[in-house]
Design a protein around this ligand. Structure first.
Ligand SMILES: [Zn+2]
Length: 430
């Protein structure tokens, strides 16, 4: 085998001439000098149209980082050619081994994108020897390639529109999920009617008309735009949000119960005296309540033995808190059932909540009643909680992983690659 074809296989490129290979055995670096074959030269980096040459950049040769050869780092080096495109002006010329404006080879990008959707932040950055910020730039490039090849908004019928907080201080994304496939199909920064309108702009009037159901949390900034842009679609309440309202109420009751236990004799213990302020830790009942937070929040099927025991303890020692827990679970059950059974269960739940003698839940009952038509629609049309909750949970998990991307578009790209139904394959393996 000729060395040229070996190096082309290593770089994962065709249409490339290998000019030279230099190995620095001290720095453990291989530099492969290349040039595109004649018919790949002089093309615009953005549209690949053949154009007239402009110059050689600043005259310096350009380098792209490639996949490591074992522990040896690999760079591809070539002339930095610029061309004058009639449409795009003076741009860097297209090269077969890398995406436009990238500092890494196509294979390197693809492997980083695959890792970013599969493993931890630390694993990607350490294995590939790049910063998390660079990972952000790479997932954006790879996601743009996926988007150029397919339209995620085709064939939508039942969608959910939701907001996700991605950074402290009121920074939100508006996200759209396809209820049929469970895929994330659209996301942009912002939480207002204008952002929802941008989704409908991208969708266009024909595809907006094809929407049959739209679920949302009832916020008017979403429902107002939907009613205008897709008046035929049935507005459904998003079960995920209704259950999260109940979880919030439960947490309020838990805090009240904890405060009462804490203030009771022996409920706290002083643990220090710092800068004039005294610090206390919960003891006894107060401590058990403080520690039972997860048991109360988690779905019963996910409870550990210890958490089951904590719940049993709450049932006997704090009947009011336990009642609040059952109310939250009852509402979850309504959406688990769905359909007519769900509606009947909801009716029983509303009667129960009315006389539960816990103010926050009585108020929740009133709030649920106000959204009744949308809730019935979601029960009728099978928008059960499981899938919506699963996608929501995953999006929130990714936003936490992506914390540190300064650019929300990098976060969106990572979420799209992970949850958009087109996960990037490993290079060379389809
Ligand atoms: Zn061009």
């Amino acid at each position: 085998m000729r060395a040229d074809s070996l190096w082309r296989a290593v770089l994962g490129v065709e249409k490339t001439v290998v000019e030279d290979v230099v190995f620095d055995r001290v720095g453990l670096v291989v530099v492969v000098s290349v040039r595109p074959v004649a018919r790949e030269r002089g093309r615009c980096g953005r549209c690949r149209r053949r154009c007239s040459g402009y110059d050689l950049g600043r005259g310096e040769r350009r380098r792209w980082r490639g996949l490591d050869l074992g522990v040896v780092r690999l760079f591809v080096e070539a002339e930095s050619v610029r061309v004058a495109c009639p449409e795009h002006g003076v741009v860097v010329a297209h090269v077969p081994w890398a995406r436009h404006d990238a500092g890494h080879t196509r294979m390197f990008d693809d492997q980083v994108a695959w890792l970013a959707t599969q493993t931890s932040k630390t694993a990607v950055t350490q294995l590939m020897r790049i910063s998390w910020r660079t990972v952000g730039a790479i997932v954006k490039r790879v996601c743009a390639d996926v988007d150029a090849a397919r339209d995620r908004l085709d064939g939508l019928a039942r969608v959910g529109i939701d907001e996700v907080s991605y950074r402290k201080g009121q920074q939100y994304l508006t996200v759209v999920v396809d209820h049929n496939s469970g895929d994330l199909v659209w996301a942009q920064p912002g939480r207002d009617a204008a952002t929802v309108a941008r989704f409908f702009d991208a969708l266009g009037p024909d595809r907006a008309e094809a929407l049959t159901h739209v679920s949302a949390d009832g916020a008017s900034w979403i429902t107002g735009v939907v009613a205008k842009q897709a008046p035929q679609a049935v507005l459904c309440a998003d079960p995920f949000h209704l259950v999260s309202w109940a979880t919030k109420c439960l947490d309020e009751v838990r805090r009240e119960t904890w405060n009462i236990a804490r203030r009771a004799a022996g409920g706290t213990r002083q643990i220090g005296d710092l800068a004039g302020g005294r610090y206390h830790a919960s003891r006894g009942d107060a401590q058990t309540i403080a520690r039972s937070r997860w048991a109360l929040w988690k779905n019963p099927e996910d409870l550990t033995t210890k958490q089951t025991a904590q719940l049993a303890w709450i049932a006997t020692s704090s009947p009011r808190l336990h009642r609040a827990y059952l109310l939250k679970e009852g509402l979850r059950h309504v959406f688990k059932l769905g359909g007519t059974d769900g509606k009947h269960a909801l009716q029983r739940w509303l009667t129960w909540v009315q006389r539960c003698r816990i103010d926050v839940f009585v108020e929740l009952g009133r709030r649920i009643k106000r959204h009744l038509p949308a809730i019935h629609a979601s029960l009728d049309h099978g928008l059960t909680n499981a899938r919506v909750e699963a996608v929501n949970t995953k999006i929130r998990l990714i936003t936490r992983t992506a914390y540190g991307f300064k650019d929300p578009q990098a976060l969106i790209a990572l979420a799209m690659l992970t949850l958009g139904g087109y996960r990037p394959p490993l290079p060379g393996r389809n």
